[in-house]
Design a binder for this molecule. Structure first.
Ligand SMILES: Cc1cc2nc3c(=O)[nH]c(=O)nc-3n(C[C@H](O)[C@H](O)[C@H](O)COP(=O)(O)OP(=O)(O)OC[C@H]3O[C@@H](n4cnc5c(N)ncnc54)[C@H](O)[C@@H]3O)c2cc1C
Length: 433
């Protein structure tokens, strides 16, 4: 009998299962659907803890390009612990200033880029695609399947069976939906999007335009009631990005058809002054036209058995909260840490993940309400009307008042979590600064 235990102990040691320092999860495989901010951050941490993550991304390659995003509050600590802070600092947009113009293009006010973006000192702004590239590089060698996606998921007590559109079916220990606002994993496992997605009454479009205003790391914004337009150029980009946000009710278009979406943006901004006609004219040629409703995801539970959601897929706060990226980064950090801690008891790990994060997610989802009210529908939002007219009378004071208020609120929500330290679960030392 003793001999049997000795052989078993040796076997466990050889496979790494008995190494308490490295946790018991060395061999566990995790399929992550989505190579976005949440998916890449999660893959990094799972690898540190000795899991074997595989990423499946529906896009044929890493999705680069896109819009500028912010990293704030406790998310800054996470990227520092990942060792990517210096690269993000180097790759940031470096936008140095901003101004708001009237319909004739005359400057109404100017401000710092940080005030414009709702940031405090130390917060970072980077293009979404640049951040994804930095994160992927930091992960190192893992299995990434590009150009494919999950079509079926079935779970048993000890594994998850997954079918793909192109690749052969496989079994994994866990599956994570990190596939964004319109998550397929959520749909397959938890039910139709309509149960969880809450539109905020605002529509957003972003795309690349030629830099015809010769902006040099600068942003220009233009407001009308229920309408917002901006254009900015960031460090190292020869082109510029145009962004549109508008409220229109009810929005009746096939949101999957790009041509319908483009018509809708054209219609919403057809009588708007400043440089808007030129920006609209560039829409058809844009290589990266993006359109969606600003929306949040609210779910009673983020996991079911061995399947769990992270980032926008589980709890999107919406782009107008300004915190989608930071929430995704922090969510991925907590999920990986709890899974490493929970070792053989994933149900407890997923419960801990939710308990740790719920309050933080709620605080950040609340942020979208303020922006929503300022941009809301004409019939409902007196705040929108008031803000526009006060802004025309006293632009600088009003904008500074509103922006400063916003910065304080965002900063509070961005820091509304004490990050746990899971470093005793690492198998590799982090390179934090
Ligand atoms: C216009 C705009 C402006 C924004 N501005 C800000 C900002 O200023 N600050 C901020 O913090 N946040 C901002 N956000 C929000 C931010 O981008 C998201 O909240 C954040 O990226 C969430 O990360 P994620 O990884 O959960 O999802 P995503 O970044 O959306 O990544 C999801 C990934 O999954 C992939 N995918 C989708 N479906 C499948 C599938 N079926 N199978 C496999 N892969 C799939 C996608 O291709 C993508 O790579 C903005 C968003 C938009 C759209």
């Amino acid at each position: 009998m003793l001999k049997y235990f000795l052989v078993l102990a040796l076997l466990l040691k050889a496979t790494g299962y008995a190494d308490a320092d490295k946790g018991c999860m060395r061999e566990k495989s995790v399929l992550i659907s989505g190579a976005g901010i949440a998916g890449l951050t999660l893959a990094y941490w799972l690898k540190q803890y000795g899991f074997a993550p595989t990423i499946v991304e529906k896009h044929p390659s890493l999705r680069t390009g896109g819009y500028k995003i912010d990293i704030r509050g406790v998310a800054i600590d996470v990227v520092k612990r990942m060792g990517v802070y210096p690269s993000i600092l180097k790759g940031r947009t470096d936008i140095r200033g901003a101004m708001i113009v009237n319909s004739a293009g005359k400057q109404a006010t100017n401000m710092s880029a940080d005030l414009c973006g709702g940031r405090v000192e130390g917060d970072l702004e980077i293009m979404r695609g640049d951040l994804c590239e930095i994160l992927l590089k930091q992960i190192g060698d893992i299995e990434c399947i590009f150009g494919d996606c999950i079509t079926q998921i079935r779970q048993s007590e000890d594994s998850v069976y997954v079918e793909f559109e192109k690749n052969e079916p496989r079994n994994f220990d866990f599956v994570v939906g990190a596939d964004g606002l319109h998550s397929t994993v959520r749909k397959l496992v938890f039910g139709d999007e309509s149960h969880f997605l809450k539109e905020l009454g605002l529509y957003i479009s972003v795309y690349t335009v030629p830099n015809f205003l010769n902006l040099d790391c600068f942003e220009i914004e233009y407001f009308e009631p229920q309408k917002f337009v901006n254009i900015y150029s960031s460090h190292g980009d020869l082109n510029a990005k145009a962004g549109f946000a508008f409220s229109l009710k009810p929005l009746q278009c096939d949101k999957r058809s790009v041509s319908d979406q483009q018509k809708l943006v054209q219609k919403a901004f057809s009588n708007v002054g400043w440089e808007v006609p030129r920006l609209l004219a560039a829409m058809k040629e844009a290589p990266d036209f993006y359109f969606d409703a600003a929306a949040q995801i609210h779910m009673p539970q983020w996991s079911k058995g061995r399947i769990v959601l992270v980032g926008d897929a589980g709890y999107a706060p919406s782009p107008i909260s300004g915190q989608g990226t930071s929430v995704a980064i922090v969510g991925a950090y907590v999920l990986a840490g709890e899974l490493a801690k929970g070792a053989e008891d994933h149900l407890t790990a997923f419960t801990e993940y939710e308990m740790t994060l719920r309050k933080f997610v709620k605080a950040n989802q609340e942020l979208a309400k303020m922006s929503g009210a300022l941009m809301g529908d004409k019939d409902e939002s007196w705040i929108s009307w008031l803000s526009y007219h006060v802004m025309s009378l006293a632009p600088l004071k009003w904008i500074q008042y509103f922006k400063t208020l916003g910065v304080k609120k965002i900063n509070k929500a961005a820091n509304d979590l004490i990050l746990k330290d899971y470093s005793d679960k690492y198998s590799v030392k982090t390179l934090g600064v």
